[in-house]
Design a protein around this ligand. Sequence first.
Ligand code: LRH
Ligand code: MN
Length: 387
Amino acid sequence: MTDPRVLAALRTQRIETPSWGYANSGTRFKVFGQEGVPRTPQEKIDDAAMVHRFTGVAPTVALHIPWDKVDDYGALAKYANDQGVALGVINANTFQDNDYRLGSVANPDPGVRRKAIDHLLECVDIMDATGSRDLKLWFADGTNYPGQDSIRARQDRLAEALHETYERLGTGQRMLLEYKLFEPAFYHTDVPDWGTAYAHCLELGPKAQVVIDTGHHAPGTNIEFIVAVLLRAGKLGAFDFNSRFYADDDLMVGSADPFQLFRIMHEIVQADAVKPEAGIAFMLDQCHNIEAKIPAIIRSVMNVQEATAKALLVDVSALAAAQRDGDVLAANGVLMDAYNTDVRPLLRELRADMGLDPDPVAAYHRSGYAEKIRAERVGGQAAGWGA
Ligand code: LRH
Ligand code: MN
């Protein structure tokens, strides 16, 4: 079980946490505010630092603009470093302004499109200040009724905005394009699936990569197939990990379908793409509407580690032999043996090796941090989506 190759790979794993995962969130029905929730980007960073302190594999936190707007992003990056983490992906937000009712970069009104593009360019300025490599673009753009707008014309407008933003990217910077089947648009979405995102990224160039948000597919979609195809094409830039039973539920990754997460990580391991040098940003994109946020994010990081450890335990030579021999049951059996392996002892061993408590969630609860932030974070405006 304690194959050094497996432990080494797990040590190199990096999982980025979302600043908005620490803030209040909910549904259109209700946002249940929680005590001790951050009020500032700095307090979100403090919470992210706790997740890294107890897991050892979450050294970066993604920002969302303007939810994490500050006057001095360089100072915020320094603040993060002083807490033992770094600022990661910069997420643009062109889905919460009244002007974006009919879309942002695909809006029929050129003035609105200009406003949206200027926001994307502002986000690249922020990347220059924070030292972030990636700009993540998810567009809520779409229509609610057939005929509302020209699907073809909207693709042209989208492409124009992406090209202008792509040209602004500096050395080493990337653009990550995220697709989503529906919501908030309910007839068509301008970037609804991996094929559309891939086509735009191909058109743009090598700095443009696709983001797979595991909650953004039609029920029954074989996500690991998309992972394999994008890996083969060198166009898989990142994951937004979460899980769902129905739609974009943004639940803890691996909580609804741990077997799917294992199958996804199996494709990643087969491509030797767990390590950061492989260039894939593994991020969480979740909302903890009713559960305590920091332990939920720690648990989520552990779920990704467990799926990765199981994938690293696949007997690749036995699998290759069974596949070569067309031995269907043997091949499936090899994968199921790995999936059905209890890797929790191995991960406890890894954490002990890394000088960490083998049980991060218990260690967090023993730290008293939850009580501390509940006592300190009184008054002010709890952070949220501000929708
Ligand atoms: C859209 C999305 C996107 C983020 C938002 C917080 O559903 O997945 O990645 O901008 O959630
Ligand atoms: Mn997402």
